[in-house]
Design a protein around this ligand. Structure first.
Ligand code: ATP
Ligand code: ZN
Length: 304
């Protein structure tokens, strides 16, 4: 990528997301919830933004950090594991940081973990001295080993890391884990977490100095509005004044109640935002404690 193209002023934002895979659908859903809509090109690699000048580039997740570094894309939705790995690789070869994590997005959660054969006892990182560890995350692993003061060899593999111990190409592995089922199927057990990962919004290190700045600020504000209420529900109910203290004790994860209307000596009309699960059991407890006409509403977005 030529420096001229990388720094060219643009009046449209370009966001790279995974074309297909674990992060593809949730990334599009999040951006749609931010009010974006697109017209897809025939090759399905580029989506032209219709509601706002914000276009999508559909790519492999591995390519996203580099697209931001080269200035081809302004933002990307990518796993923290991929972003940190490529940042570590850049640092190792002496390149300056070229992107940063702007927001954690709350989906695609997984952990980068060390896993050892089930038959081993785990006594801690010192045990790794002189062993061979297979991974697709050599930079993160090498940094971690260095921080632990352990000298082990890193065997870089691009896939099927979990079968390396069985094949004899490594003694143990460092790989992404979500449920742990793949490890168990290969007689491995997780012992140390190197990185807690999830999908993140990545962006350039420098601020925009053209009309993308305003667009980017609007997009981030909308995204915050969506992320903030993602697990929230609006709870509406009526209750007599003398039951309010007990009701709010039953709702420790809720905001202070807002009174909607005074109704003489009758029950108060109240609402509150609950941050956490609102189960049937909780509703039944609230009802027993005096709440009437309970209603749970989904919350889509907020500018509060
Ligand atoms: P691509 O074709 O885009 O290169 P991929 O096979 O590298 O796809 P996926 O398997 O779709 O990527 O994973 C994308 C991201 O999902 C990972 O980088 C990671 O952040 C996250 N993720 C969540 N759970 C897991 C898991 N159990 N295994 C692997 N990745 C996971
Ligand atoms: Zn990939």
């Amino acid at each position: 990528m030529s420096p001229a193209l990388a720094s060219a002023t643009r009046d449209r934002l370009r966001i790279a997301i995974q074309k297909s895979g674990r992060l593809a659908e949730p990334a599009r859903a999040l951006l749609s919830a931010c009010g974006l809509s697109w017209r897809e090109s025939r090759d399905k690699l580029f989506c032209y933004g219709e509601s706002l000048p914000v276009d999508l580039l559909l790519v492999r997740d591995d390519d996203i950090p580099g697209l931001i570094a080269d200035g081809v894309c302004d933002f990307g939705v990518v796993g923290r594991n991929e972003l940190d790995e490529q940042a570590g690789e850049r640092a190792r070869i002496g390149l300056p940081p070229a992107y940063r994590e702007l927001r954690a997005l709350g989906f695609g959660a997984c952990r980068l973990m060390l896993a050892i054969p089930e038959s081993w006892d785990w006594q801690g990182p010192a045990q790794l001295q002189g062993l061979r560890i297979a991974t697709s995350y050599p930079a993160i692993l090498a940094n971690w080993l260095q921080a632990q003061g352990v000298d082990a060899s890193v065997v870089e593999l691009s896939g099927s890391v979990e079968i390396a111990p069985k094949l004899g190409t490594a003694d143990l592995i460092c790989d992404l884990v979500s449920s742990g089922a793949t490890l168990a199927a290969n007689q491995l057990k997780p012992v140390e977490t190197l990185l807690q990962s999830e999908a993140v919004l990545a962006g350039p290190v420098r601020e925009f100095d053209d009309s993308r700045a305003g667009l980017a600020a609007m997009l981030l504000r909308r995204m915050d509005g969506v992320l903030k209420v993602k697990d929230s529900k609006l709870l509406m109910f009526r209750a007599h004044r003398d039951t309010v203290a007990e009701l709010s004790r039953l709702l420790p994860d809720a905001d202070p109640f807002t009174q909607l209307a005074a109704n003489g000596d009758g029950p108060l009309s109240l609402q509150t935002m609950c941050h956490g699960a609102v189960t049937w059991q909780l509703l039944e407890e609230l009802e027993r404690a005096g709440a009437q006409g309970l209603m749970v509403l989904s919350v889509e977005r907020s500018l509060a």
